[in-house]
Design a protein around this ligand. Structure first.
Ligand code: DX5
Ligand code: ZN
Length: 216
């Protein structure tokens, strides 16, 4: 069974002090940070790019869990790898060579993830499950932090967990969006072992208490 991992999303921190946000994650005792990359096309928002990762990289030993919300992610794998990404997750929805892209991520020595939007059936990920280390289940519509969790996505987590159990696979199941202590525990009960926490982490007045409550 995979260990439980919490990955705070830098999107929810103050973008004037991104290195400070990394330091907050580290001083909370966590090992991963989630980096949301948006192109204004696959999702209706823009965030930051490879230069930001490259500049942050020397500031932190945190694992860079990178989520590409891009229409053409295959064009940017090398650049994010060189910038210091350690996992790259790509979405199943846009039209591009998914398998080749996942293989390129792994050939570069990185961990690969496949991501599903809330309305995308789990079956769309099945052709790629032997090529990935993580399946990212969007639990809000991608593009913005601070949205309300969509409860219907719990069934997709359950379906993936059942498939993982049946096949003996070891990929992680990561829930991303609207994760609070309450919805995070629901995701974990459904079978998620990895939780992205944006707003709920950065706005928590007592981060140690938040981590303790969600790690039960
Ligand atoms: C949304 C991003 C999420 C987001 C999570 O498009 O993929 O990672 O930052 O933020 P919260 O936890 O605030 O929903
Ligand atoms: Zn994300």
């Amino acid at each position: 069974m995979n260990s439980f991992v919490l990955a705070p999303s830098l999107l929810a921190g103050n973008h004037a002090t991104l290195a400070g946000s990394l330091a907050a994650v580290e001083s909370a005792g966590l090992g991963w940070v989630h980096l949301d990359i948006m192109d204004g096309h696959f999702v209706p928002n823009l965030s930051f790019g490879p230069q930001t990762l490259a500049d942050l990289r020397p500031h932190s030993p945190l694992f860079f869990d990178t989520h590409l919300m891009l229409s053409e992610p295959h064009r940017y794998i090398g650049v994010f790898a060189r910038a210091g990404a350690q996992r790259i997750s790509i979405h199943v929805e846009p039209d591009y060579p998914h398998l080749e892209t996942l293989r390129e991520i792994r050939a570069l020595g990185l961990s690969a993830g496949i991501a599903l939007n809330p309305d995308t059936p789990v079956e769309r990920a099945y052709p790629f499950l032997e090529e990935v280390d993580l399946v990212l289940v969007m639990t809000v519509h991608p593009g913005f932090g601070g949205q309300a969790f969509i409860p219907e996505t719990l069934d997709k987590i359950k379906q993936l967990a059942a498939w993982r159990h049946k096949t003996g696979a070891t990929w992680r199941i990561e829930a991303d969006g609207g994760v609070t202590v309450k919805t995070g525990l629901e995701c974990r009960r459904a079978g998620a072992d990895t939780l992205v926490v944006g707003t709920s982490f950065f706005k928590a007045p007592d981060k140690a208490a938040f981590i303790a409550d969600i790690s039960i």
